[in-house]
Design a protein around this ligand. Structure first.
Ligand code: AMP
Length: 280
């Protein structure tokens, strides 16, 4: 596996492999890799000739300085996990390499980012769109892999690809979970044992709410029940729990037939912010 720390090295590698007719897959990550990330890499390896994985804790997508400071960074461990999963090139740049100068360009995704993560983390999707655009330009992938775990991010990246005519295919991979249902996340390692013990409640409440939606329980009632179920656990502070249209991401107040629906949640557990979602 190649390890590149400069944009020039990655660009040269990607250009050479592309012109040799190789199919390139890109898996952007922030590292502290877990099995969810590795399954994305494995999916890429099954479909592409070269798999480029980026490990970069992107400062511009953090609105909370403590979250950025405490975000786990274990590059050696990440590198050791990537090669066996089928990664052929690891891009491990410094902040100065990705941002030789502060970006002044600002992305505005309109209604897509006025809800959920966009509403609660101002500037988050501007940072995501900036770094993803840079990675797309440097790695020139034929296919880019993203996890459904970050549901709104997928919608924003889809819009980015369409609006800026990036010539690539997006593959969205289902959320990989621990045996008890907790969505795998690099932030799970920051949970105290007590917080880790109650964390599976988030997914339990999501699946119960999804069942209620299928039974036709009115959205407002379903949402109130879900928030109450989360609040019963004193260690959990829910931030939002939304039933949304899976395409527009706008909250759904009443059901209409055939509308694709998703449930999305964000909650704090002992200083760690977790998100999860399910398709209904
Ligand atoms: P992150 O390192 O958290 O920025 O995630 C990098 C990529 O892995 C994103 O596309 C995430 O959506 C995806 N990802 C993170 N956690 C999971 C998971 N539990 N299952 C599937 N994909 C995931």
């Amino acid at each position: 596996m190649h390890v590149f720390t400069t944009a020039a090295e990655l660009r040269a590698y990607a250009e050479a492999r592309r012109s040799a007719g190789r199919r390139l897959g890109l898996v952007p990550t922030m590292g502290a890799l877990h099995n969810g990330h590795l399954q994305l890499v494995q999916a890429a390896a099954a479909q592409c000739d070269e798999v480029i994985t980026s490990v970069f804790v992107n400062p511009t997508q953090f609105n909370n300085p403590d979250d950025l400071r405490l975000y786990p960074r274990v590059p050696e461990q990440d590198a050791a996990m990537l090669a066996p999963a089928g990664c052929t090139a690891l891009f491990l740049p410094s902040v100065a390499e990705v941002y030789p100068q502060p970006s002044v360009l600002r992305f505005d995704f309109g209604p897509l980012e006025q809800v959920m993560e966009g509403a609660h983390r101002p500037g988050h999707f501007n940072g995501v769109a900036t770094v993803v655009s840079k990675l797309f330009h440097l790695a020139r992938p034929h296919v880019a892999y993203f996890g459904q775990k970050d549901f709104q991010q997928v919608a924003v990246v889809r819009q980015l690809v369409a609006d800026l005519s990036f010539d690539l295919e997006l593959v969205v991979y289902p959320t990989v979970r621990e045996a008890d249902g907790l969505a795998m996340s690099s932030r799970n390692g920051r949970l105290s044992p007590a917080a880790r013990a109650v964390a599976p409640l988030i997914y339990q409440v999501l699946t119960e709410a999804a069942a209620q939606v299928r039974q036709g329980v009115p959205p407002a009632q379903m949402q109130a029940l879900a928030l109450a179920a989360l609040a019963e656990e004193p260690q959990i502070t829910p931030e939002y729990f939304e039933l949304i249209d899976a395409h527009t991401l706008q909250p759904v107040q009443q059901y209409s037939s055939g509308q694709p629906l998703a449930l999305c949640v964000a909650a704090h557990l002992g200083g760690v912010r977790l998100i999860d979602n399910v398709l209904v």
